[in-house]
Design a protein around this ligand. Structure first.
Ligand code: AMP
Length: 282
């Protein structure tokens, strides 16, 4: 696996691969890699792509400085995992490389209303940071296919907006959420949790599953209340949101309708670690 740290080297290398008719599959990450990330890598390799992974903890998408400061960094283990998975190229830039004029010089990208709901409401500026870094990474990688995880459903929508807005010539593939055996969605932030909290945190999966299984039987209001109670009873200190929405635009729904594709999404805090998860209902 080749490791490059500069955009110019990366672009040159990728162009030479493209000249040999190879398609470029790209998996952007912030490192502290787990099986969820690796499932995206496998998908790209299975699709026959020259597979590029980036590891970059993007400062502009952290609205909470403590979250940024303690974000887990495990680059050496990550490199081994990527080599074992068969990745062709790892892009490992530093902050100066991605933000040569400083991190305050980001542009405002038109993302529509999804920028400000749910995650966007609780993490002001977060999606602008995400859109800015993904735009810069895509410009450097010039990927044909971008692999994203459904775990960050709203982020997938935001990146879809970005790609549409700038007419970026990239296809988006969304892979299902990888979970621990107790249902907890894999996440780099899980490394910050005690073993006990990881066990308790399966309540999120149980609550999402409860909604999915009972959506035809109970009112949306009751479902949200029961599910929130399940999460809080398990030891979460706070729920930012627990919402049932239309999957197409994340507008909240107040009644079940079989014709509408729905999704249930939540963000909740345990041991000061904020976890997010979601599940498609129908
Ligand atoms: P991150 O390193 O958390 O920024 O995630 C990098 C990519 O991996 C994003 O597209 C995420 O949605 C995806 N991802 C994160 N966790 C999972 C998971 N548990 N299953 C599948 N994909 C995931």
């Amino acid at each position: 696996m080749r490791i490059l740290k500069e955009k110019e080297d990366l672009s040159r290398f990728v162009e030479s691969e493209k000249k040999q008719q190879k398609k470029i599959g790209f998996v952007p990450t912030m490192g502290a890699l787990h099986e969820g990330h690796i499932s995206l890598v496998h998908k790209s390799i299975e699709d026959g792509n020259f597979t590029v992974v980036s590891i970059f903890v993007n400062p502009t998408q952290f609205n909470n400085p403590l979250d940024f400061k303690r974000y887990p960094i495990t680059v050496e283990e990550d490199i081994l995992k990527l080599e074992e998975a068969g990745v062709d190229l790892l892009f490992l830039p530093n902050v100066k490389e991605m933000y040569p004029n400083g991190t305050s010089e980001t542009c405002t990208i038109e993302l529509g209303h999804i920028e400000n709901v749910l995650e966007g409401f609780y993490r002001p500026g977060h999606f602008q940071g995400v859109a800015n870094i993904v735009k810069r990474l895509l410009e450097a990688v010039n990927a044909d296919v971008l692999y994203l995880g459904q775990k960050d459903y709203q982020q997938c929508m935001v990146i879809g907006e970005l790609v549409g807005q700038y007419e970026l010539p990239v296809q988006i593939e969304i892979a299902p959420t990888k979970r621990e055996s107790n249902g907890l969605a894999m996440s780099s932030r899980n490394l910050l949790l005690s073993e006990e909290a990881k066990t308790r945190a399966s309540a999120i999966f149980n609550a999402l599953t409860y909604v999915k299984e009972n959506i035809r039987k109970e009112s949306i209001r009751d479902l949200k209340e029961i599910a929130s109670t399940m999460i809080l009873k398990a030891g979460f200190s706070k729920i930012d949101y627990f919402e049932i929405c239309e999957a197409s635009d994340l507008s909240p729904v107040d009644q079940y309708s079989p014709e509408i594709k729905m999704i249930v999404l939540t963000a909740a805090v345990i041991e000061d670690v904020r976890l997010i998860d979601n599940m498609i209902i129908n």
